[in-house]
Structure formats: C-alpha cells, structure tokens
Design a protein around this ligand. Structure first.
Ligand SMILES: [Zn+2]
Length: 447
C-alpha cells in the first residue's frame, strides 16, 4: 500500500452495511482514491499520514450515505403551503393548480438547490428524483456533487413544462439521456407519473424506451385505495395487474408507495423483479395507509425508503423516515418486532441502493465501491449514552447531527459546512420565489 489516499477518515464506529447487515466495528479507517474505497481496516497513524485530505470522526459513527428512494426535490418550495387536507383535494385542487401557475425552469433550479442543501445536511447522498424540467434538477445534483436517478415526467395531462419544452416527452427524455448517459453520478430515468394518469399506449411507449436503453423507470403505484378501486372499475384490473398486462414491470421499475397491493399483486410484483418504495411520512400525512413492508420483505420484493416530496412530508430527512417507518410497521402489524432498527438502516442504505439498480456501486462501504459515506456525531444530549449505535441512529438522531458527507470521494459537507453549494445565495432565491407563491396562492383562493 504505497500509494497515497486522496481522502482518509478515522472512524469511531463503522457500520459498513456489507451484505445489508448493520454491525458496528470500532476504531477503523477508510482510505479513498479516485472516488473509490481502496482500504478499510483498523486505524493506524501511518494511514493518516498517507492521506492527502484527512477527516477525523474518531468519536462519530460512519455509515453509507442515505438513499432516498422517492422524492420530488423542487417541491421543497411548496413546503407548508397546503397541509392537512384530503389527498384528492391536496393533489388536484391545490398542488396541480399551483404547479401549473408557478413551475418554471428557474423554480425547479431553486427548489432542487434548496432540496440539495437539505439532503446533504441530513446525510442523503443519493436520490430517486421525479419532477418537471428534469435537466435543471440533474444540473443541480451535478453541481451539489450528489448522486441520483433523475426522471423525465410522462403523463396524459398537461405538464407545467409543456409550454416551454413541448409535449414530445420521448424527445425530451432522449436529449436528457444523451447528455447524462456517461455521467458518473447522474442516471437519466423515465418518470411516468402513475397508472391513473397514463394511458395504456403511453405506458407501453415508456416500457419500450426503458427496454431499448436499459433506463430505469420511476412511477407512483397503488398509493390510495381509491386508485385501486377506480383501476378495477375502468380497466378490470388492479394498477399492478394492469401494468403487468402491458409488459411494464421489470427489474428496472421502481414503484413509489405500493400501499395497497393484495397477495396477487405482491406475487406479480415479486415475479417481475420490480422494487417498492416505502414512504411512511407521506402515507401517514395523506392518510393513504400502511404499506405491508413486512409481507414484501418476506416475499423477497426489493424495498427502499423514501421521503416523497416536501409538500407531503414535510422534510427530506431519512432519519425521520427510518424512525416513523419502523414505528408505523409495529403499529399496523400490532407487533413490536414487525420492523427493527437494523432493518430500517439496511433499507435506507443497502436496500435503497439495490432497489435503484446501484447496488454494485453504493449502499455499503466495501473496497472497490464508490466512496459515499456520512459521519454522525454523538456529541448531543439526545445521542447519549451509546449503548447501541444503530438504535441511536434510527430512534434518537434528528438529522442535524450529521458532521461530514462524502459522495463519490468528494467532501460535500465538512464539520457541518457546505463545500459545494452556496447556502446564502440559495436562501435569497428561495425567498424571492416564496413571495411569488404567496401572491399566486392569494389569487387562487380568491377565485
Ligand atoms: Zn411522490
């Protein structure tokens, strides 16, 4: 081991998540070269000397960066504008009219930038993103140094981007694909909104493009009981049954929510290789239901955890998702063992990476994998005493305890300070757009 590390970090408690298992090891060192993990082993002073840049986390826990399996980054700008209303009112009477009136490329750039600040602050290094003006979000993630799948929206209703980008979504996607297909951290993806907002022809078109380019597909599926009932009435099939009959589901398909899959749907889903994303905060807030995660995991369906957008959560913290998600499973199953802290941590890292098709690159800290990791400080009253590191992360941590964030070997947050983004500038832009949103809200409400 003659070569120098670009980056080295001394680790008090290391959770590598290798094999998806959360087993902490004390006093370790990670050496990174060219964005790849080159060494993991017990700490020694000689290793520190070999590191061009050195981070000290001897009192912290270090683990893989979180994978947010389902989100809409620019919706951070709608955080708190329409809370505590029913799902159909929330979506069709509030969010969609606001989006039609307000969402521009600039809105997306500013909203995604605010979201990137939040993700990095909370230790999220990878996102599965779905919104309008996808290229603008991809550029923000690139600048932030984060990793992500960024999907082009497809739907059979007018989208806010139509007036500028046109309605040929395949053409827009192919342009995004050609710009980012060789990018190290950004994966262009297809984002048909949901079975209820896409015709059979559109879903088939998306499936064919995905097959041709091996591109991932990101879609909302069976989020509410009403969606399933209406699908059965209109198509004679559940949303999952319909997607299967169209040849839509494959191991490249990532389905957000999947709250209401019956046993037959689960079987179809398992056989297709598709992944499900559990979004407990959003499902509770919009009263959508409790996703049967225990059943999915028992049947071998890949499961990720997600925040959903900030209009239905209202934050992008995976700490919150792990905590709430675990407790909701215990409550819904009337079984305090239904989901454990170790499982939550596994789904938020290793499981998420595999669900997004990135399992060979990230999701665990192992030699040869990309260096995406975070350190979390115990130097807070609510993080002491340390009987169980995993328990502290899932049930006690709030998010702001994250000290360092590294993605693809690059430091994005160092001792709580941003290294790739200008927080003050982004906050100024956010305030400017907040005023616009308030003006539009007043106009919509007076109608
Ligand atoms: Zn969503």
């Amino acid at each position: 081991m003659k070569s120098y590390f670009d980056l080295g970090i001394r680790v008090g408690h290391l959770i590598t998540m290798a094999g998806g298992e959360a087993d902490p090891v004390k006093d370790q060192f990670i050496g990174v070269k060219d964005g790849t993990i080159e060494f993991i082993g017990p700490f020694a002073q000689s290793l520190k000397k070999r590191s061009r840049k050195y981070l000290d986390s001897r009192a912290d826990v270090v683990l893989p960066g979180f994978v947010n399996g389902h989100t809409h980054l620019p919706m951070t700008l709608f955080r708190g504008v329409e809370d505590d209303v029913p799902f159909h009112v929330w979506l069709f009477e509030r969010i969609l009219p606001l989006e039609t009136a307000l969402v521009t490329e600039e809105f997306v750039r500013v909203g995604a930038s605010l979201a990137a600040l939040e993700c990095i602050r909370f230790g999220v290094t990878t996102v599965n993103e779905m919104y309008f003006y996808a290229e603008a979000s991809a550029k923000v993630l690139d600048k932030a140094g984060m990793r992500g799948l960024v999907s082009q929206a497809f739907a059979d209703f007018p989208l806010p981007e139509d007036k500028v980008l046109g309605t040929d979504k395949e053409k827009i996607f192919r342009s995004l694909y050609s710009k980012f297909k060789k990018h190290k951290r950004i994966v262009p993806a297809l984002g048909p909104h949901a079975p209820y907002s896409c015709s059979d022809a559109l879903l088939k078109q998306v499936a064919a493009i995905s097959e041709e380019l091996a591109a991932p597909v990101h879609i909302h599926v069976s989020e509410t009981e009403r969606e399933v009932e209406e699908s059965r009435k209109l198509h004679g099939k559940s949303p999952v049954g319909r997607l299967q009959s169209l040849g839509f589901l494959s191991s490249r398909t990532i389905c957000a929510h999947c709250v209401h899959l019956d046993e037959a749907d689960s079987k179809i889903f398992k056989d297709s290789g598709a992944s499900a994303v559990y979004n407990p905060d959003s499902n509770m807030k919009l009263s959508s239901g409790a996703t049967p995660v225990k059943r999915y995991l028992a049947s071998g369906i890949p499961v990720a955890l997600g925040t959903d957008g900030a209009a239905s959560n209202n934050d992008l913290s995976m700490f919150g998702v792990m905590d709430i998600g675990t407790k909701l499973q215990k409550l819904a199953n009337k079984d305090s063992t239904a989901m454990t802290a170790k499982q939550a941590l596994s789904l938020a890292t290793y499981g998420g990476a595999h669900a997004l098709g990135l399992g060979d690159k990230i999701g665990s800290l192992e030699v040869g994998k990309r260096a995406d990791f975070i350190s979390v400080s115990f130097d807070y009253p609510h993080m002491q005493p340390i009987h169980d590191v995993v328990s502290q992360l899932v049930y006690a941590a709030q998010g702001l305890e994250v000290r360092h964030v590294v993605c693809d070997g690059k430091v994005l947050l160092e001792n709580g300070r941003y290294r790739t983004l200008n927080q003050a500038q982004i906050m100024n832009d956010v305030e400017r757009i907040r005023r616009k949103i308030q003006k539009t809200l007043a106009e919509l409400r007076s109608k």
